[in-house]
Write a protein that binds this ligand. Structure first.
Ligand code: C2O
Ligand code: CU
Length: 446
């Protein structure tokens, strides 16, 4: 014990004099407040709510193993919090008011201490009055870099957002409307990437690019179409896939992330690739990638890491579901239309009580014709079945989209004790009741 204490002291001393300290910990301040953002089609700036006056909020970048301390200061006129979507953290740091912490009131602050356990693509957003707080701009990317950096030519993050803008240049100020609730939430009329409308990215022929796509929209589901770009999926929802596969489209629901490995061919100088959304029948451009008319660069050669299949289907073959959640709309709740899980509306909800460390199955049955991207905090899960048929996705997730009348069986092995949210990531649905918790009991030895 004494030697450990000495070693820690020694590390602290070394840490102060060398850049080692930059690797072991990082301190940041994030302030939520009223701000403004310039959209290209308005003469005036649009009033928004932003983290550190930036749309989106600052990208937090840390290294695997590092601890990040974040002082969250709330200068909004209402309570808020920050949730770190996908990141496995101690339950007390999960940022859910009323469940893992008190709401952070106007003028107050809260210190988050995040140990970055796994490299990957994550994001952060409030977990209170979500439709309005996300809809007015509060969100940011959180990237955990691996210990050993790979020689990507570029590592690009696209935090995709969807806004309901009015001709006057302001954000449509009514949230959780009857229309939103009867449909798939608040779908906007302007989609941005990192706050920019249809941005152009420039690349050199031969470059190898890691493109991290994050759907940070309030409600809109995306299906990016790459139009001729050769891409492979290397990670889903923050975790490396167990088998790298060619990108052929992906339903990127609110909350979801995919990381793509893109190689720009050497003979395409001057070409512009258009990236579009194809989830709905009305295709529209998201961004374009313009290849510079320069000599090709040498394409970096390496194999992106894959994860071992941590939750193989066999683990769940003898497991009976610990919970089945039927998803449907009911009359009632504060908006008149409630989105229910087992006919109950949050906070009066049907929780799943499960022990740590044991394989669990959970069933989601969508009894409605609307979309529900279901998300669980504090865990990854595998989709085992869709509509009664086995699924064999070579990756795990933290958010799975249920289409109209679909049912999905997921498998997970909870590793973190605590009370974790399980909810629809369409903000208006969640606020109209579609939230509950997965309560993971510690093992006796804990
Ligand atoms: Cu992004 Cu409760 O989630
Ligand atoms: Cu929903």
């Amino acid at each position: 014990m004494k030697t450990i204490a000495k070693m820690i002291l020694l590390l602290m001393i070394i840490g102060f004099s060398t850049p080692v300290s930059a690797v072991s910990s990082q301190k940041l301040k994030i302030t939520a407040k009223n701000s403004s953002h310039q959209f290209p089609f308005f003469d005036t700036q649009t009033p928004v709510w932003a983290y550190n006056d930036s749309i989106p909020g600052p990208t937090i970048r840390g290294k695997e193993g590092q601890t990040v301390e974040i002082e969250f200061i709330n200068k909004l006129d209402e309570s808020s919090s920050i949730h770190w979507h996908g990141l496995i953290v101690d339950n007390a740091m999960d940022g859910v008011p009323g469940v893992t912490q008190d709401p952070v009131k106007p003028g107050e602050s809260f210190n988050y201490r995040l140990k970055l356990r796994n490299a990957g693509t994550y994001w952060y957003h409030p977990h209170l009055n979500g439709s309005e707080q996300l809809g007015r701009g509060l969100k940011g990317a959180l990237i955990v870099e691996p210990k050993d950096k790979l020689p990507w030519s570029q590592d690009i993050v696209w935090l995709i957002d969807d806004w309901v803008l009015q001709k006057s240049g302001s954000i449509f100020p009514r949230f959780n409307t009857g229309h939103d609730l009867m449909h798939d939430g608040r779908w906007g009329n302007v989609v941005t990437i990192n706050g920019n409308y249809q941005p152009v990215y420039s690349v050199s022929p031969g470059e190898r690019i890691r493109l991290r796509l994050i759907n940070g929209a309030n409600a809109r589901v995306l299906m990016p179409i790459l139009n001729g770009i050769d891409a492979h999926v290397i990670a889903v929802d923050g975790k490396p896939v167990s088998q790298i596969f060619k990108y052929k489209g992906f339903d990127l629901a609110p909350g979801n992330r995919i990381d793509l490995d893109i190689i720009i061919p050497t003979e395409v100088q001057g070409h512009t690739y258009m990236v579009e959304d194809g989830f709905t029948r009305n295709r529209f451009p998201l961004a374009s990638i313009k290849v510079k008319e320069v000599q090709p660069v040498q394409t970096p050669v390496f194999d992106p890491p894959t994860a071992e299949d941590s939750l193989p289907a066999e683990v769940f073959s003898d497991v009976t579901p610990s919970k089945t959640w039927d998803l449907d709309a009911i009359r009632g709740g504060q908006y008149g239309i409630g989105w229910a899980m087992n006919r109950l509306l949050w906070p009066n909800s049907d929780t799943a009580e499960i022990p740590k460390g044991q394989p669990q199955k959970i069933v989601f049955n969508n009894n409605s014709s609307r979309l529900h991207p279901m998300h669980i905090h504090g865990t990854f899960f595998r989709v085992l079945e869709r509509n009664g048929k086995p699924e064999a996705e070579p990756f795990t997730r933290d958010t799975v989209l249920l289409g109209s009348r679909e049912s999905v069986v997921i498998g997970l092995v909870p590793t973190e004790p605590g009370i974790w949210m399980s909810h629809c990531h369409i903000q208006s649905h969640a606020e109209a009741g579609m939230m509950t918790t997965v309560n993971v009991a510690p093992q006796r030895s804990d």
